[in-house]
Ligand binder design. Sequence first.
Ligand code: GCB
Length: 682
Amino acid sequence: MINLIQKNIFRTIFGFLIIFTLNLYSEDQSDADSFFGREAPIYPLQDNLIGWIDSRQILTLNGEWSYIVDPMNNGLHESSFFGGFPKNKIQKTGMELIEYNFETASKIQIPGAWNAKDEKLFFYRGPVWLYKKFNYLPKQDALTHLYIEGSNFTTKIFLNGSIVGEFEGGYVPFNFDISKYLKEGENILLVQTDNTLNESSVPTQKTDWWPWGGIVGDVYIVETPKQFIQNAYIQLNPENFSEVLFKLEMNEKSAGHKIKLEIPELQFKAEYQTNSLGLVKENIEITPQLWSPSSPKLYEVIISSNAETISDEIGFRSIKTQGQKIYLNDREIKFKGIAMHSEPIGTPGPAFSKEHFQELLSTAKDLNINFIRAAHYPYTRHLARVADRFGLMLWEEVPVYWNIDWNNSDTLNIAKNQIVRLVQRDQNRASVVVWSVANETPLSSPRMKFLHALLSEIEAHDSSRLSTAALLSGSEEQFSSLVLVLALQGAKSQWVNPKEKAIFRLILDQANIPINTELAFSLSIDDPLGESVDLISYNEYFGWYYVTFFTEQIKISEGTLRKLMFEIMPKIKIASSFNKPIHISEFGAGAKFGNHSNKIWSEEYQAKLYARQLEMLSNNPQIQGISPWVFKDFRAMLRPLPGIQDFYNRKGLIDEAGNKKMAFEVLADFYKNKWNKETTSN
Ligand code: GCB
């Protein structure tokens, strides 16, 4: 008997090896592929976004989840020999061969990124499985949705062994109807999230921030009636402050749904009916007190249908540009800003909660700011909620960063989906005054087409805010004229050494420029995208980056060039051929907290650079807003310098623990005492 069994096993193994060998050596590669994997199933795509999430019936799935790292992507049904992790097989007799077990796996807090939780995963970019068990009582006559506020960057969802769907693109919320997969009692949710970026993703592989992996926003089970309010928009008419535009959309395109709108504090109550597309669109006559940084007034707004009631706290304000100025509620305002990344103070990983943003924004307020650039991707909805209450204006952005696969329609769809979802989520936040579609994207015609497509999405969904993109500008000729201005300064200088002076003179001679010429450097922002945006935003790094390129070209020491640059900076002219306001969306310098010297990476150098930059920027009348780079040191794989960076970008005004660097006070003082005081109190 034993012999027979042994023989069979031997035969099976032998057969297995033969197939294995045959397939390995098969001429036809697809046979080999199908041996290791199965056909990939179709993953349904996400549903339309559900708005007003905070007033829905929700069960939170935030908290402790289990996780298994899957670097070879072996847990999917289609790539696994044994059927994949979603089957969630459990050993019963101790004899079943199952090479995973979510019950005994390591634990992680969700929302949260695995790179921050587990040291071994610090640099990890790949798939990880996240597992959550929850009890549920499915409701008749209701729909149940799974809502995830952000998951980086490709997410596959399985519930009780069934495929729910897939969402591509990080940072933005998405939801799936899971009604048909739910069971009474224990339910098992398995989410595979993969933070790999590639040349066609948004962003692409290279970013100057950490590609945090995992579920980075709230996870909720949301119950709605079968016919529910998908979303609603209620915003001031910028042309008439006694009128508000109200737009509502049902999930089903059908007429006759009765909708009640109430704003109790304004004694406003009205009823409407949806049209055949399931829409309401009305202009409402009310005169709210306007939201502004000095008075961030919010009103409770309640919307009900026959089957449900949703509500929110909403502020009303207008934002416009006219000529080269910016107006909030028709009063001129300057954006006294700071740029940020979504990382909390003192805690590694991404920021996601109300508490994280409360701490970030209240510390940032010590800079006397009225504006925040939330670079370079959407943060969770808590940011804009906190900003609404704190009276801070916000710039929100999608991660179309550096070079993107401009000609790829899938890439465009990811970016469109990101901007649309961001707008749909935050469209009622008074704090949000700017939508940005890109950061530092090199000029080309496919890039123009791509960015125009994103701007059109904004136009179609919400044209009441300012559109922008942080531009790169300045032609080669413009920058070579910067070398000439430095050479003039150097040739005349009292402190530059004779050898370097001789080089400067030679440069001037070759350019036929007499040494007594008065020449100031002027930069014109002429990116053709300027035509299509409301705000001309521009990132510049005078005093930090540019001289590094010149030092090699002209053989002058970097120290000399940096000193000369500081001397000429206050006279630099920045303008644009577009008759629109300019916002300097970045400038900055790296400094390690506690590092004191007169060299780079010191707090002193950073503070001096701020002083020179601020002098330069306030001498340029077209500049109506600034958001220096950056509020806090943030994690960045591009920044390895040991002892200084250690994988942090050190351009923060505070370090990761919240310690203030010297430049913090320089900016705080500028905003409080120097830059057009009259426009601060708006
Ligand atoms: C930039 C980028 C930003 C970088 C920054 C820097 O121009 O927009 O993402 O982090 O420079 O620190 O170099």
